[in-house]
Design a protein around this ligand. Sequence first.
Ligand SMILES: [Zn+2]
Length: 357
Amino acid sequence: MVDDCGRTWMKLVYRYRVKSLAGLLNKQARTVNFVWNYCNDRQKDALRFGRRWHTGFDLIKLTTGCSKELGLHSGTVNDVCQQYAKSRSGSHRPYLRYRGRKSLGWVPLKGRELKREGNAFRFAGNTFRVFHSRALPEGKITDGTNFSRDRRGNWFLNIVLEVQAAPARLPVRAVGIDLGLKDLATLSDGSRIAAPHIYRASEAALAVAQRARKKKRIAAIHARIANRRRHYLHSCTSAIVGAFDYIVVGNINASALAKTSMAKSVYDVGWSSFRTQLAYKAVKHGAWFEEVNERFTTQICSDCGAVPDSRPKGIADLGIREWRCCDCGTVHDRDLNAALNILRRGRATLAVGIPDD
Ligand SMILES: [Zn+2]
């Protein structure tokens, strides 16, 4: 959605577990079911007597004035009616299933009915707290916000928030990328991008030209190396931005490794161009890009989160490609394990996106 000023807005769902309020919500969920089933009955009536099927607006008119008696907020009653009509028409069935004890609890509310009070919220005359698992950014709380109960009986508050965002794409397909020497990049989905050993391939030709002191030839070879590398990196980064909506990369720094015996490899791969390209292409195409601290990502077990004694340690253990976590027994590919850890670091701040309609 784009507003008058040309800014892009997107809706994100922030989900928090509710600390108290379970009694009230359980009661309200039963009443919500009652309203839902009332809507279903009216729909069946319309079928039986050959009348026009009810729209959400019709159902709202039919339920007007009942909210006080039911002990529900009128916005909630309206939302149930609208959701019923929407689900019914979306299901392509004449009527829906009744909601009962086995249905997962659900209490919708109008965005404006939920008020923030610091880290707490106010709804229907009650102030309640949530497990503040992530910060809720500023933004308008919109309709679609609801409470929902999972199979274990825990209540969650799902806040639909309208936030201004340059990235327009939904962060559905996420990837963590470990930059390395053996492979240029290892992706958390298990795929690998080979390092461009273009410099080495042209080394012999370059040596000949240098011995012959052919300045033009030397410059041409250098330009060709640079072009090939650029082209290679561009095609790799374009493919990644095309394939993933949310890209997390470690902040590995080439200058530290350049002082070791791996120097030639480091200068050959071009991590920084790789990251720069990913960053601007992500913005351009509406994907998300995040750079995270890659410290210890090779040493932590991506399966159990431990830092086991059997881990590969630092630059000295760069040769270790595969290791086994002595805590949980998982056998890791060194780079894939790092990519999974990098993805996890980025994901800590990622909310689940929903379509903006
Ligand atoms: Zn482990």
